[in-house]
Design a protein around this ligand. Structure first.
Ligand code: GLC
Ligand code: CA
Length: 547
């Protein structure tokens, strides 16, 4: 029955922690490493195997850690190197895995490398970043736009040249065409792998290489990028994103990661584009192990929506490739859903073929918390403060979050002050609904939290849900609101059916006598039920069918 040839990372389940917002152990209003260590048992009992941490290395925190000024030390508000080592140990002691966020594309402008680079045109590190002459004193080198809009070129008065930044102005891009940069960054990757981390999430990986010609990007009609198409702000990012050299670089990085094979490690890329385009980062099993697939964030929570999603993913990521299943992260709006939809989504995410990445708080149904742009801490929001609030809200509803504070509010542990996150005023406000939506309250009974727990337990008891092949059934015309798929072992001796009813009508179940319900979204604590007769409105079930 066990299929040991399936590497652990293809079967794993990932929980994302945004350290600043998880748990504050020392009462300064900011989550920290010690706080995470104290809550590791929570994640373990929930049932996830792997934890991905947003960055906690040294940083001026202008982009809350995604602007790194030293890759090998820990930002003091999060803790010390000793605590970091203890975190790695404590995760492993619980038989869990740890994944760090690796920001390869850019550093902080406070990084000593950039400080040196900008100091003079002939500094030995000048070429570690991307410097060009402008087309005039106030005209940037070309028309390239940053991922967040506006020119990505910034003039540095000291040397009268412009540097390139794919994201925010204080995040200058490293120049990977310089072999020393590549070696330095591979050195950092090796360093953390030696420290025992099990993998990396790769921040804006698809921006690493820019075209060496520095030719203008062509015009596009698209005002805003979308999940499926990163072009936007009226240009195609032909020369700036998904460059052929970045696909090649994915393979080089894979070789570095493969130097560490006991245990095997993995990398997952944050990349944007159509499923077909981003698939190329995985090469022929010799590139990135996985890439994030963000199409799901825009997919309606319906049988039709999820059915189309699986078909797309199965077409582009057939065995031995593996898709990822993502419904949120620290950059995206927490999508509002009914309680029933949240349960159906969880069942889908944890039982369909793919590695699930669950963002902290999703397991208790944490909600998006609107925060006016004027009060925002997120640097994207502060850059767009002039945007009328209603426009920002409209854009957010389209899935692009201008004020990412709104999805980063503190974890809701209990109904005490500040949701039990901190004894002090938290760095971001807690969602007002915390007295009625928190971990403590959901620990008992028929809660969403217990739904996640029951599903994660099921995955361990029935490994076919982790590595079985995926067969989806065409949507039945009589019951168009029901999604049905089957996970089957290679020898076809075992199979488990998943049926999700997104509609308000009950649906009779055929062959009821030979089936056993292993899980129902309506009664996650109940355990098994023999021979169910029907699927209730908005119910999702995991079914064992004996052959
Ligand atoms: C990624 C991160 C985001 C960060 C940006 C720049 O998109 O997820 O939070 O601001 O890269 O590093
Ligand atoms: Ca703290």
């Amino acid at each position: 029955m066990p299929e040991p040839s399936v590497p652990w990372w293809k079967r794993t389940t990932v929980y994302q922690i945004y350290p600043r917002s998880f748990y504050d152990s020392n009462g300064d209003g900011i989550g920290d490493l010690q706080g995470i260590i104290e809550k590791l048992d929570y994640v373990k009992e929930l049932g996830f195997e792997t934890i991905w941490f947003s960055p906690f290395t040294m940083s001026p925190q202008a982009d809350f850690g995604y602007d790194i000024s030293d890759y090998l030390s820990i930002a003091p508000e999060y803790g010390t190197m000793e605590e970091c080592e203890r975190l790695i140990e404590e995760v492993h002691a619980r038989d869990m895995r740890i994944v760090l966020d690796m920001v390869l594309n850019h550093t902080s402008d406070q990084h000593p490398w950039f400080q040196e680079s900008r100091s003079s045109r002939d500094n030995p590190r000048r070429d570690w970043y991307i410097w060009r002459d402008g087309r005039g004193p106030r005209t940037p080198p070309n028309n390239w736009k940053a991922m967040i809009g506006g020119s990505g070129w910034h003039k540095d008065d000291a040397t009268e040249q412009w540097y390139w930044a794919t994201f925010l102005p204080f995040q200058p891009d490293l120049n990977y065409r310089n072999p020393d940069v590549k070696e330095a960054m591979f050195g950092i990757v090796r360093h953390w792998l030696k420290q025992g981390v099990d993998g990396f999430r790769l921040d804006i990986f698809n921006a690493i290489y820019k075209d060496a010609s520095f030719q203008n990007n062509p015009f596009s009609r698209r005002p805003l990028p979308s999940e499926e198409n990163p072009d936007g702000f009226f240009q195609k990012n032909e020369n700036t994103i998904n460059h052929p050299d970045t696909f090649a670089f994915a393979k080089e990085l894979r070789q570095v990661v493969d130097e560490f094979d006991d245990p095997e490690r993995f990398v997952v890329g944050e990349v944007f584009g159509s499923t077909e385009d981003v698939r190329r980062y995985c090469g022929d099993q010799d590139g990135l192990h996985m890439v994030f697939l963000f199409k799901s964030l825009q997919t309606p929570c319906t049988a039709k929506g999820y059915s189309a999603l699986i078909q797309d993913y199965e077409r582009h990521f057939p065995e031995p490739a593996i898709p990822t299943l993502v419904f949120g992260n620290h950059d995206r709006p927490r999508r509002s859903k009914t309680e029933a939809q949240a349960r159906l989504q969880a069942t889908f995410q944890l039982t369909a073929r793919g590695v699930p990445f669950v963002y902290y708080g999703e397991e208790i149904g944490m909600q998006h918390r609107p925060i006016p742009l004027a009060q925002a801490k997120d640097p994207i929001a502060t850059q767009y403060r002039w945007v009328p609030q209603w426009v920002a809200n409209w854009i957010t509803r389209k899935g692009i979050l201008l004020n990412r504070d709104e999805c980063r509010t503190p974890m809701q542990w209990d109904s005490s002050q500040n949701a039990g996150f901190s004894v002090e005023t938290p760095w971001l406000p807690v969602h007002e609904d915390f007295p009625n939506r928190n971990v403590q309250q959901q620990e008992k009974g028929n809660s969403l939290l217990n739904c996640y727990k029951a599903l994660l337990k099921l995955l361990k008891e029935h490994p076919v849900l982790q590595y079985g092949a995926m067969e989806w059934k065409p949507i039945n015309k009589e019951h168009p609101k029901v999604l049905h798929f089957v996970r089957t072992s290679a020898d076809r001796m075992q199979s488990i059916d998943v049926m999700l009813n997104f509609g308000k009508h009950a649906v009779p179940l055929a062959h009821a006598s030979k089936t056993r319900i292993l899980f129902s979204t309506l009664a996650p604590e109940q355990g098994t039920v023999d021979a169910p007769k029907q699927l209730a409105p908005f119910e999702g079930i995991v079914l064992y069918v004996s052959h």
